[in-house]
Write a protein that binds this ligand. Structure first.
Ligand SMILES: Nc1ncnc2c1ncn2[C@@H]1O[C@H](COP(=O)(O)OP(=O)(O)OP(=O)(O)O)[C@@H](O)[C@H]1O
Ligand SMILES: [Mg+2]
Length: 1092
């Protein structure tokens, strides 16, 4: 595999393991080289100590000296013991609770333990032997811990076996042939695994002397394809680490194996009816492997263990769940970078579909499993968060960590403190920010070991960019031990980002599937060619015979272009607007031959049926016409249920053509052999290079397509601009922190003071200097200094009554003056209210106290209707008037209370002039609350969409925005005593708005990926609670639930299992908290002082 332009650029040499504070960044030279910190020394000592502690016990077994050369084996001097308590170590092969959820791949180590058991139990002579051992075990140790001690011995360390054996007399040690030699400690699991690998050939009748290579039982790894120079890298390579050789001494190996087998079989005889013993053994062995991995990673050795310092099971899960058998060369290089192993911050950039996610995931797993710290992954959209939750839940279940959703209405602030298992928080940009705030507030920010940001270029995009910047800047400032990793396919000014994140940079041009770029002008296709003079070379002529009518209908030859690909392959057509998506889809279908109707006809009918099911029998007119041809449009006007169904149908090839807007461009893994850009525009804006790259990047996704191509359709008039587009560098990304005034710098300052991150001018200025804006300030805002900008913002917040200067320190220099947050400031900060609206919200709520109409929900809904959506709304006055007249007198009174009269609406509807000035925002807001009110009453998006003549997707977005804002208003009220009455009311309203479905579906909809339609189907099929779903058999689900794919079924079950685990853990935590003796219990303090 040729990685071509792969190169590593290390631009910022921040060589500390722990990042320097912002102060030191300013003060010290960036190239300061630091020695290993004391902390590292301590770590080393700890590891050594724990290794020493491990050096106990009996029954050595020899591992042949050639194991020495094997760098996969963690190099621990000393010996190892597997201790399996009787309650855990008993095998009952007939009782396996993994049942239908046994996800062990064939070559997984644990699967091999299974095989070993099976094989062993099938041999009659072993059966007797096993029974004997079992009886012995039961007779002698039935009430004690049954310890299986395996000591790996070599020839360099002495071992006093006798003493240990005496000391351990209470344990039933498996008698393994004593050997005098001690070699290296390896994890017990791996000892067994290596032995098993070696002996399996002889067990199966193969030549006993034949050495079995690691690679023959594992997916081949990337370094088999590495060029010679890469192999010479100092880092541990996969190949070098893969030369595990098993013992040539079959008898010794067999002896170990026999004893393991006999113990396992013996265990099988004991009765423990409650737990699955096989499962427990697997878990014990897995945790053993994780322990070793943990120590390996702490020891910062070059030894990568079985799979990048992770248990071999992780590799098996990737094969099983993702079909990834080996890493790409760049992925291996990146993971073995010295800077990565030293946990420095990292930015990496590769073309779309380059496989960036896998690297991040491996690093996240290392953090969760080996370093035992929580991880936050920030993704750009709710849908992508949900996809990732579904994808990683199975990993969480198998490997023992929580996967928690922070998107939409989901997520707890601060997150639940877990007792043992670590958490992977997967969050949208906004929720990620709130999560970080809550961790800082509760002093838990350092529990976050790693933060991964996907699509890092988004830091340059509007409000979300500003929020992402604030999040990262806060982490950098408050936690020196949290590592930050950012990735993107479209970065240009990496230096700025590196400086901001104090990060190293890795880049490569690798793309597993070649992507060919074409341009189409009239009926000629040109290939984009950077070597050609004007950037393109002639490729071919389109010679389709178009009738005159078709020419008029399709002047851009879209039909010709798509029919070259569909229905065998799939195609995405990006269109500038939503309406255009629908028109293009219809136009194409009008011109397609009837033959297309026959392709996957039955499946397409199912899609139609399914769409009707999730939409209460409704089906969009356009989709009804296009789906039989395998074509659909995809944009934000669809409901999320519809989108999900259409995406699924498209990924499985039932639909072969999507006409879509640019929202489908980022990060989504939808397959396309060909991507067509209908025009070089997004809405009315000319396409940016970044957008162009992201859109065409959807073609030729690895694992889905073997080739990919893009065609940009352009008119002569746009030719020059397009030629620039294809040749110019990617756009720089710039900070939006100051530009997004109230949602940016203002919000930041309020939270800095509210969270006490920085409370005086000096510290706030220092913080600002460390932001992305601070790095770019001289480019972005030349006319003002950073100091002036900081001062101005603080003044503004003080004038607005959100901050107050401390009067106590009047004598201090101005820059030392402390600020504190006012009640209103705290409420706005806690409620994450856009500061442009916080005083209006306060006023509205205050006015509400004077006369809240509670006969219906309308008044409350009005108070939680998002202000920003109201400002963009354009009411249909006739509908407004009609809806107003359908309200009860009490409800009509709400309109009067907020300041909108019937007279005004009536005049507007009849087109009469209005002299009196009316606040447009209030009128619009009331209109939106009519929509929400109707929606809560009818719970049918389709009928409401029809009633108000608005796209159903918009209605749904309004609903989720209102749910989110209602929860924000609730938090706002919680901080202000005078609004106590709203608290109970808004709690209920938030729930109603969040689900807007019948109450019985709510528990099912808590599971990631279960939307209303699916919840209803599941409910009707008898799956009425989370526990039902968590215990469901995916195979049964497929059979009983219409149109549910195997992948979806598995994802639903694993997400439900994960959620159930999380809830159970939280309850356990609560119980423990409840039973714990309070630390200030009378007498407790006194007695401890007495002792002292
Ligand atoms: N080593 C590998 N072997 C086979 N397939 C892989 C490997 N690594 C990643 N993939 C697959 O490649 C596809 C694209 O990977 P991924 O989504 O990580 O791309 P990306 O670099 O994040 O692209 P984008 O910038 O478009 O988001 C995925 O389907 C992924 O499973
Ligand atoms: Mg990606």
């Amino acid at each position: 595999m040729d990685e071509g332009g792969s190169r590593i650029r290390r631009r910022v040499s921040v060589r500390k393991r722990n990042r320097p504070s912002l102060e030191s960044v300013f003060a010290a030279s960036p190239a300061t080289e630091l020695k290993h910190s004391d902390e590292e020394k301590d770590d080393d000592e700890m590891v050594a100590g724990s290794r020493r502690r491990k050096t106990v016990d009996v029954q050595p077994v020899e591992v042949q000296p050639h194991h020495l050369s094997d760098s996969r084996v963690p190099r621990f001097n000393g010996r190892l013991r597997i201790r399996i308590p009787a309650s855990l170590g008993i095998i009952d092969s007939e009782e396996d609770m993994f049942g239908d959820y046994d996800s062990f791949a064939e070559n997984s180590f644990l699967a091999q333990v299974d095989d070993l058991e099976q094989k062993y139990l099938q041999l009659p002579e072993h059966r007797n032997h096993a029974t004997d051992h079992a009886n012995e075990d039961l007779c002698s140790e039935s009430d004690k811990h049954n310890t299986l001690n395996v000591t790996v011995v070599g020839d360099c360390t002495e071992l006093n076996i006798g003493d240990h054996t005496k000391n351990q007399s209470r344990h039933e040690d498996v008698s393994i042939e004593p050997e005098a030699d001690i070699l290296y400690d390896v994890p017990s699991s791996q000892v067994l695994f290596f032995e098993n690998l070696h002996n399996s050939s002889s067990d199966l009748g193969g030549p006993s002397t034949e050495e079995k290579d690691w690679n023959s039982s594992f997916p081949k790894t990337v370094n088999e394809e590495l060029p010679v120079n890469s192999r010479e890298q100092p880092q541990q390579t996969v190949e070098s680490s893969s030369k595990i050789r098993t013992s040539s001494d079959a008898n010794r190996g067999k002896s170990l194996k026999d004893h393991l087998k006999s113990t396992m079989t013996g265990n099988a005889k004991a009765q423990t009816p409650i737990f699955s013993r096989t499962k427990q053994l697997k878990e014990t062995l897995l945790s053993e492997e994780i322990n070793v991995a943990k120590k390996t990673i702490e020891s910062s050795s070059d030894d990568l263990g079985p799979f990048y310092s992770l248990p071999s099971k992780v590799r098996d899960l990737y094969v099983q769940f993702k079909g990834i058998e080996k890493l790409y060369e760049w992925q291996h290089t990146c993971l073995t970078l010295k800077s990565v192993q030293e946990r420095k911050n990292l930015i990496y950039s590769l073309p779309t579909s380059g496989g960036k996610t896998l690297v991040a995931e491996i690093l996240m797993l290392q953090e969760l499993l080996c370093r035992r710290r929580d991880v936050l992954m920030i993704l750009p959209y709710v849908a992508i968060v949900q996809e990732k939750i579904s994808g990683l839940s199975s990993f969480g279940i198998e490997l023992g960590f929580f996967v928690e959703e922070y998107a939409g209405s989901k997520g707890k602030f601060p997150p639940i403190k877990r007792r043992e298992k670590k958490s992977l928080y997967i969050a949208t940009i906004e929720k990620g920010h709130s999560l970080v705030n809550s961790l800082i507030e509760t002093g838990r920010i350092s529990s976050l070991g790693l933060v991964v940001v996907d699509e890092l270029h988004m830091i340059g995009e509007g409000t979300r960019g500003a929020i992402l910047e604030m999040t990262l800047a806060k982490i950098l400032y408050t936690s020196k031990t949290t590592q930050i990793i950012g990735m993107s396919a479209t970065l240009n000014n990496v230096e700025d980002l590196q400086k901001f994140l104090q990060a190293e940079y890795y880049t490569s041009q690798f793309r597993p599937v070649e992507l060919k770029e074409y341009l189409k002008i009239n009926d000629t296709i040109y290939e984009v060619d950077s070597r050609a003079e004007n950037g393109m070379t002639f490729s071919r002529l389109l010679n389709y015979k178009y009738s005159d009518t078709l020419k008029k209908m399709d002047p851009d030859h879209l039909v010709a272009l798509v029919t070259e690909v569909i229905p065998s392959y799939s195609c995405l057509v990006f269109c500038p607007t939503k309406k255009n998506c629908e028109n293009v889809a219809e136009m194409i279908c009008k011109s397609l031959s009837k033959e297309y109707l026959k392709h996957k006809e039955k499946e397409k009918q199912e899609v139609i049926q399914n769409l009707k099911n999730v939409s209460g029998g409704n089906l969009c007119r356009v989709l009804r016409h296009t789906i039989p041809f395998g074509v659909a449009y995809h944009h934000s006007g669809l409901t999320s249920d519809e989108r999900k169904l259409l995406e699924e149908a498209y990924s499985t090839g039932v639909l072969c053509l999507f006409t879509c807007t640019s929202t489908l461009a980022a990060g989504v893994n939808l397959p396309a052999r060909r991507v067509i850009l209908r025009a070089p525009y997004v809405a009315k804006e000319f396409l940016k290079r970044n957008q162009y790259k992201q859109m065409i990047g959807r073609a030729g996704r690895a694992g889905i397509d073997s080739v990919g191509e893009s065609i940009l359709i352009l008119q002569e008039k746009d030719k020059q601009q397009v030629l620039q587009l294809i040749s110019k560098p990617l756009e720089n990304c710039y900070s939006h922190l100051v530009q997004e005034f109230t949602k940016g710098i203002q919000t930041l300052f309020l939270s800095l003071i509210g969270l006490k991150i920085a409370t005086n001018l000096d510290d706030i200025y220092r913080f600002m200097s460390g932001t992305f804006f601070g790095v770019q300030q001289k480019v972005l805002l030349k006319e003002k200094s950073l100091w002036e900008i900081t001062m101005e913002s603080l003044r503004y917040l003080t004038e607005k009554g959100l901050l107050q200067k401390d009067t106590m320190c009047g004598s201090k220099e101005e820059f030392q003056n402390n600020f504190h947050i006012t009640k209103l400031g705290r409420a706005s900060f806690k409620g994450t209210i856009d500061l442009a609206y916080c005083d209006i919200l306060y006023r509205d709520l205050k006015k509400g106290l004077e006369g809240l109409m509670l006969e219906s929900l309308l008044h409350l809904i009005y108070l939680t209707t998002p202000y920003d959506m109201a400002s963009q709304c354009d009411p249909d006055w006739m509908i407004y008037f009609r809806q107003f007249n359908q309200l009860s007198p009490a409800e009509q009174n709400v309109a009067a209370l907020v300041g909108v009269s019937e007279n005004f609406i009536g005049k507007k509807a009849s087109g009469q002039a209005i002299r009196k000035k009316v606040d447009k925002n209030i009128v619009n807001r009331l209109y939106l609350s009519f929509i929400l009110y109707t929606l809560l009453k009818e719970t049918n998006i389709w009928s409401v969409s029809e009633k108000f003549n608005m796209p159903r997707g918009y209605i749904q977005s309004l609903l989720s925005a209102a749910a989110a804002f209602s929860s924000c208003v609730l938090h706002f009220c919680e901080e202000l005593e005078e609004f106590w009455v709203y608290r109970a009311l808004l709690g209920e309203l938030t729930k109603k708005l969040t689900y807007c479905v019948k109450a019985e579906l709510i528990p099912l909809m808590e599971v990631t990926g279960v939307l209303e339609g699916r919840a209803r189907q599941l409910y009707n099929a008898g799956y009425k609670s989370l526990t039902h779903l968590a215990n469901a058999n995916p195979e049964v689900l497929i059979r009983t639930i219409d149109h549910l794919s195997r992948r979806q079924a598995k994802q639903i079950v694993s997400s439900a299992k994960m959620l159930l685990h999380e809830k159970a853990e939280a309850l356990q935590e609560e119980v423990e908290e409840l039973l714990r003796l309070p630390s200030d219990f009378p007498g407790l303090v006194a007695s401890s002082t007495e002792k002292a």
